[in-house]
Structure formats: structure tokens, C-alpha cells
Write a new protein. Structure first.
Lengths: 278, 363
């Protein structure tokens, strides 16, 4: 047999503490989200006041008893902000999962097959993108009713075209790669090529987009709540809290600012994770 | 699943008279690209027969249509809606059935790819998916056609990698493409191409992207494999050195047409078409710079873009021996002696001229 003279390249160095692609931005984002998630999950064991328990202390300012004061029903604002993370995160993740599960296969299919299927999908995507997402969500939520599940599905439904469009663009560039042609040449089926060769190469962008979709979901669900189409009371919800606090803004600003800051911080965390510049 | 399928089979060695049986019959192959309203005729009326166990080289400049022919045979042009392929390519498949590769449906073509015809691409650096290990990719190629278990496919993959002279094949199985050198990757690509015992291997500029030493190794390897398995190779290249080394017959393409077809030895000894002569003259020779009066001759002008329609012989604008008739009359592909074809109006005259010239020089 022919002698082999070329040698195997040396194995790569062990990965450093910070894996590649995890930029400072992403680290900060991940830290914020980790804290928010931990607080949301651990809320019942943190020894907080019951978020739904009314007391005689109505509209009391911040103090040792109530760190962020109480609302018009005498409920502890701080406790409600912490508990509010639960609904927000669940809705946000629901939106992300729905948009990804629907958008990614459609995007891959459109990008890989091109032709008529692609044309049809692109038209639908453009239709969605042309409509203002929040107004559409508002409309549908008003029709189907605002439970947490409904809100997640509705927001996911208005968000999947964005994911699909992004994935499609990436797939179009990946499908031209020589290894895709090589995979075809070795007799691979279209499904196998999409699954084994295309999808793994767009995972990065899918994960970034997932994170951004979650951020959108949290922000939009807060917006819906603020507009009165949120999760029904008494469940603590950031958007609803901002809305209720707005009436007392002049003398109890923390009632709106605390949940508002929670939304801002959480959304920022997810955006930082999804940020592309590393 | 039969028992024979599950065992690793040695590369096939077939008896009989290999050079007589037709494996592939290419009839009137034409390929048109639609480029923004313009039709580009990349391949025009190519007829070619490949015998079992034969190595045929397709030679030509960039844009002569040689790679397009390879891709057409693999059915890879189907993925581009702007390409129209005409003609017939009848291949004797492993199951004994002759199929027209240009007429069968996509599903059938998928079964042929890698199984009956396989291809090695020019760019080993980008022909492997960076995300999967070598072992995985070779096994996948095997699993695409053989109904065997994952473990058996891996064993078979390992067998082929070892057979192709990969140093430390067991280790290489778990490596990712970026950890291998170009030569190694090309060996992996060849392993993938051979792993299902295809009868026809298309080597599409398989050595072009490699450096000279590795190139020599790969050619040597392909020669050894060809001898051993008696597979048919269609060697697409622009390197005449490779042609001389590898091929039994050579086909010279110019502007999508066959302009000369000859057994390799006769082609180099006595090229009939002025284009072939010019190509051979354009090979630099070792020590030539010290030879008095020697000048490396290029071919003036450049290969015609398939967009501009050239009347007459497509080579006439660059041909040093063109006459007026060449500008208007399209030469046909004529038989020129034993198993030779040439497309030139003046080949007989020119052969006479050259012969007397040589004789004069000898005297």
C-alpha cells in the first residue's frame, strides 16, 4: 500500500476556563439571568411575605418591613416583584420555544428547497413582518383570552416568522458549502442533509435568536399586561404592577419602578446572551 | 440483510476482460446554464464511452466544461433550477441494470450517488463538514447505501481509512476535519468515495488544491487502488502531467466540445488538433531555461466565454494555423486513425506538414 507520510495534526489544546464564543457580554447576560431564574425558583423558600397577602399597611413607603413598600391593597411590592419573575420567565421561555419549534423547521425547509415552497413561505413571513407584532398579539389575545399559556402561544405565533427568516438566510449560505454537495454526492437524502449537515451549522444563530425571542416575549407580555391584557390577577405580574403603580407614581414611584426595572434587567440579560458580537 | 453485506469485503477484484465491457455510455450530453436571460452552453454534444477498468482523463482549460460533465454524471446539476441537461448517460449499475442517469428520478439518482458513481472533489479542505468527526462522516456515507449497523459501518470506515494509508486511522476516526492536513482530508474523501464500491469514480481535479508532494502521493494512491480494484476512473484535470501519468485515454475539451480524443501515449506523441499541440507546448520543461532558443509558449488570447457565439471552429481566434475556412465552417469530430478522434478542418494537412517538417529537421 502507499506509504502515508503526512501526520495527524496535533490535538487542540484543552479548552480554557472560558469557552470560545462566550464573550464578556454573554457572561454578564448569563449572570443576570441566572440570578433572576434562581430568585424565581427559590421565591417560596426565601422567607418573603406572601405576595398575595393583603395587610393594613396600604401604600406604605419602603422600610425595614417592606423593602419596596406596599401597594394599594397592602401587598409587599418587593415580594411581588420576585414572584413576578415566575410568570415572566415562563411566558418568555414559552414564546422562545414556540417560535423556535415552529420557525426553525420552516426556515430550514425554505432555505434548503428554494423554489415554490420557499416563495410561499417567504410571502407568509413578509406578511407577518409587515404587521406590527404587538398590535397583532393584542388583537389575538383579546379574542382568545389572556391566560399565561395563551399569551406565550400568541407571542410565539407572531415571532416565529422572524426566526424562520433568519434561519432561512443562514441555510441559504450553508447549503452552498462544498460539504453539502459532498454529502449529496455520497447519496444522502434531503432530510438527512438538512438534519445532519445544515441544522448543526445554524445552531449558533438559532440559540442567539432563541434568547432574543425570550427577551421579546418577556417585554411583550409585560406590555400586554400593562395594557390590561395580562395574566389575570392576583398572580404577580410585572406589567400589571407597572400599570397599577402608575396611578400612585407621584408619591409611590417604587411601585412602578421596581417591576419596571425587573423587566428591563431580565430583558437586557437575555439580549446580552443573544448578542452576536463576540 | 445478507451475510455478505455485514462482513467487510475487500475491494472488489473482478476477472474477465475488463477493457471491453462498456460501463458508461454518454450520448449527446449538452448542458445549458440560464444566466440572467443568456443561455450559456457549457457542454455541447459530448459523446464518450467508458469501458470497465479504464482511466479516462478529461482535459481542458477553466470553463471548458469538464467539471460540468462530472457534475452532470453525479446528478448534482439537478439541484440548480437554471441548468438544463440533455442527452443520455447510460450506466451499467451494480445490480446489472443499465440506467440513464439523466432520465431517472431524484430518488433513484440518490441511490446511484456514492453507490454506483462516486466523486472526489477538488477542495478537500471544505468537502468535509467541520462539525462531525471523520469516522462519523465516512460511516454515514456507508450507511447511506448499506443496510448494516452503525458499528459495522464504523468498522468498514476504519478499514477503508487504513487501506488508504492514513497514519493512525483509529485515532483519525475521532478527529474533526480541521485537525487533519489537506492530504489526509483528501484521503478521507477518497475513502468515502470508495466505501460503497462504486464502479465509476469521478476525480474532479482531485489533486489540484494539494501541494506537489501530496499530489504525487494521491496520484500514486489512486493508481494503486485502480490497479487493485479495476474500477473505472474519469479523471478531470487541467494538468497534463497527471494525464500522462494516470490515463489510458485522454479527452481534450475546448469550449464545451470534445476537440480530440486519443490513447494517452499517441496524444502526447502526436497531437493532431492545434489546441492540443499548444497545450503540450505550454508545459514547462525541466532545465528548459538553459536550452538555447527555447521559449515557453503560452496560448495567445483566452478561452472563449460560453456567452459569445463563435462561428466556425471555436478555437480559430487563437489558432496559429487557422485559415479562412476555420472562421465559417464548424469542423466535425472525425475519426483519425486507430481509436482517435479529432475536431479540426485541417488535421490531415497539418499532420502532413508536421511530418515533412520533422523529417527535414532530422535530415
Amino acid at each position: 500500500m502507499v506509504a502515508a507520510t503526512d501526520n495527524l495534526a496535533r490535538p487542540r489544546k484543552k479548552p480554557s476556563f472560558r469557552p470560545r464564543g462566550l464573550s464578556a457580554q454573554r457572561m454578564i447576560g448569563a449572570a443576570i439571568i441566572a440570578i433572576v431564574v434562581a430568585l424565581g425558583i427559590l421565591a417560596p423558600v426565601l422567607g418573603l411575605t406572601d405576595p398575595n397577602e393583603s395587610s393594613m399597611d396600604i401604600l406604605v413607603g419602603p422600610g425595614a418591613m417592606h423593602w419596596a413598600g406596599t401597594d394599594e391593597l397592602g401587598r409587599d411590592v418587593f415580594s411581588r416583584v420576585i414572584y413576578g419573575a415566575r410568570v415572566s420567565l415562563l411566558v418568555g421561555l414559552g414564546v422562545g420555544i414556540f417560535a423556535t419549534v415552529v420557525g426553525v423547521p420552516i426556515g430550514v425547509l425554505a432555505g434548503y428547497t428554494r423554489g415554490k415552497v420557499d416563495l410561499l413561505i417567504v410571502q407568509i413571513i413578509d406578511l407577518f413582518v409587515a404587521l406590527p407584532a404587538l398590535i397583532l398579539a393584542l388583537l389575538i389575545t383579546a379574542i382568545v383570552g389572556s391566560t399565561a399559556e395563551n399569551i406565550a402561544i400568541v407571542l410565539g405565533f407572531v415571532m416565529w416568522p422572524t426566526t424562520a427568516r433568519l434561519v432561512r438566510g443562514q441555510v441559504i449560505s450553508v447549503r452552498e458549502a462544498l460539504y453539502v454537495e459532498a454529502a449529496r454526492a455520497s447519496g444522502g437524502s434531503a432530510f438527512w442533509i438538512m438534519w445532519r449537515h445544515i441544522l448543526p451549522n445554524v445552531v449558533r444563530i438559532i440559540s442567539a435568536q432563541f434568547s432574543i425571542t425570550v427577551a421579546f416575549g418577556i417585554f411583550s407580555s409585560a406590555s400586554l399586561s400593562f395594557l390590561g391584557l395580562g395574566v389575570p390577577p392576583p398572580t404577580p405580574d410585572w406589567g400589571t404592577m407597572v400599570r397599577e403603580g402608575a396611578q400612585y407614581l407621584s408619591f409611590m414611584p417604587l411601585m412602578s419602578i421596581a417591576p419596571g426595572a425587573a423587566v428591563t434587567l431580565t430583558v437586557m440579560g437575555f439580549y446580552l446572551i443573544g448578542s452576536k458580537n463576540d | 440483510m445478507t451475510d455478505a453485506d455485514t462482513k467487510i469485503q475487500p475491494l472488489k477484484v473482478e476477472g474477465g476482460s475488463p477493457a471491453t465491457e462498456t460501463l458508461l455510455d454518454l450520448r449527446n450530453l449538452s448542458v445549458r446554464y440560464d444566466a440572467g436571460g443568456y443561455g450559456v452552453h457549457a457542454v455541447r454534444d459530448v459523446n464518450l464511452t467508458l469501458k470497465r477498468g479504464e482511466v479516462v482523463a478529461l482535459v481542458g482549460e477553466s470553463g471548458s466544461g469538464k467539471s460540468t460533465i462530472g457534475h452532470a454524471l453525479m446528478g448534482l446539476l439537478r439541484f440548480d433550477r437554471n441548468v438544463k441537461v440533455d442527452g443520455a448517460a447510460r450506466l451499467v449499475c451494480k445490480d446489472g441494470v443499465t440506467r440513464d442517469l439523466l432520465a431517472i428520478n431524484d430518488r433513484e439518482m440518490q441511490r446511484i450517488r456514492g453507490n454506483d458513481v462516486s466523486i472526489i472533489f477538488q477542495e478537500p479542505m471544505s468537502s468535509l463538514n467541520p462539525l462531525h468527526t471523520i469516522g462519523h462522516q465516512v460511516s454515514e456515507a456507508i450507511l447511506a447505501h448499506k443496510r448494516i449497523s452503525r458499528r459495522e459501518a464504523r468498522e468498514r470506515a476504519l478499514y477503508f481509512l487504513r487501506h488508504l494509508g492514513l497514519s493512525n486511522p483509529a485515532q483519525a476516526m475521532d478527529r474533526h476535519p480541521h485537525q487533519l492536513s489537506g492530504g489526509m482530508r483528501q484521503r478521507v474523501m477518497i475513502a468515502m468515495a470508495l466505501s460503497c464500491d462504486a464502479n465509476l469514480l469521478i476525480a474532479d481535479e482531485a489533486t489540484t488544491a494539494l501541494d506537489a508532494t501530496v499530489q504525487a502521493q494521491i496520484i500514486e494512491l489512486l493508481q494503486a487502488l485502480q490497479k487493485e480494484s479495476r474500477m473505472t476512473i474519469l479523471f478531470i484535470t487541467h494538468d497534463l502531467g497527471v494525464v500522462a501519468e494516470m490515463a489510458d485515454r485522454a479527452v481534450v475539451l475546448y469550449a464545451g466540445q470534445i476537440v480530440e480524443l486519443a490513447p494517452t501515449a499517441s496524444l502526447f506523441r502526436n497531437p493532431l488538433m492545434p489546441y492540443t499541440q499548444a497545450l503540450i507546448d505550454a508545459i514547462p520543461r525541466l532545465g528548459s531555461s538553459r536550452m538555447p532558443g527555447y521559449e515557453l509558449r503560452g496560448i495567445p488570447g483566452r478561452a472563449p466565454s460560453a456567452l459569445d457565439a463563435v462561428t466556425g471552429c471555436s478555437f480559430h481566434p487563437r489558432c496559429p494555423r487557422a485559415i479562412d475556412a476555420c472562421k465559417t465552417d464548424m469542423p466535425a469530430l472525425e475519426a483519425a486513425g486507430l481509436s482517435r478522434l479529432v475536431r479540426c478542418l485541417r488535421w490531415k494537412e497539418l499532420e502532413q506538414e508536421d511530418r515533412s517538417e520533422r523529417a527535414a529537421a532530422f535530415r
